[in-house]
Write a protein that binds this ligand. Sequence first.
Ligand code: SF4
Ligand code: SF4
Length: 376
Amino acid sequence: MVSKVFFAPARVRKWRHEESLPGRLQGLLQALKLKEHFAQGDWVAVKTHFGSPGAHRVVRPFFLRVVVEALKAVGAKPFVTDTVRIPGLQYLEVANAQGINHLSVGAPVVLADGLWGRDNVLVRAGELLGEVAVASAIHDAQGMVVVSHVKGHINAGYAGAIKNLAMGAVSAEHRSCGWRCGRGGMHSIGEGKLYWDQERCQLCYQCEEVCPLECISFQEGGKLFYYNDERCWRCGRCKRVCPQGAIQHQEASEEDFLRALAEAAQAVLSTFEPGKVLYLNFLTEIQPECDCMPGADVPVLQDLGVLGSADPVAVEAASMELLRQARPLPDSAAEEHGAGPGDDVLLRLHEKPYWVQLQEAERLGLGSSRYELIRI
Ligand code: SF4
Ligand code: SF4
């Protein structure tokens, strides 16, 4: 099967609205024929990522509004949503600080799994995960537009639609099975415990600051590292920010983690009727790391544009290919890692076999990596 992927390029050569990226996004949404996917009155989740304080390169509210207006034009009832990554009230403040609110996007902005991140439904997943806790507002929605900011990722190597579905539509924890049915179940193996290496630690306290649950504390002037194992979500943020590699975490293997992402994405999609989910990949402000980190680096690749499809595998395959063809930007992490023209920049940065998530998604029947690229 060959799937259609529409491409709205970012380069502007004529100073007309139709030639701008927002104008082309409107054209791309028309090409996707929203009316064939969403019925009058359908509640449609516009699933984006609100980001973190300091991570300012999320998909801008201006673009979210274009999506919302297109959905309203076909009679759907959109809402803009994400799952909580830090306590919900704070996360809504983050969204608002990014400019994502009802006034800016033209639709309600809601937490998909509630203020405490525990409003979710267990859904059967594959052999690695067993079950995952899908956020209720996504589980119960009639349709969804998955709006993903494409960038690098410390664990996944590449983050786009599959990761947005997997980590983004699954909660951090479930009331009964805790972190195991949440995102932590994708990151961790066994008990997923954390280990601290006092020799390496330089007491910068970044791990303590970044923990969403205030699980970490240092006692006796830094001689004792304490973390609340009962509460810990196994999100791995503490390990990721540690500049010394002083925190280790029982993690799944690289390949299992990537396969688990595809499994979780499949579980999320199983809650929708066929054809009720569309995908928009924003290849803009392509920074090296995830928007859940407490900062955003300069882009490693030039803005390329927006890709749209009804096929999650095709949109990811096209995104990865465009990224591989793009030239690394000077004065960026790409240059620091010695990437030159023709190099796979994300592979250079993270050294992860990021394409495994795509291969596994295709093996699970989520779509086709064969695509036809149609320029808008
Ligand atoms: S993995 Fe680290 S940052 Fe995440 S909840 Fe546990 S202690 Fe906190
Ligand atoms: S982030 Fe690493 S170096 Fe800094 S206090 Fe935590 S364990 Fe120590």
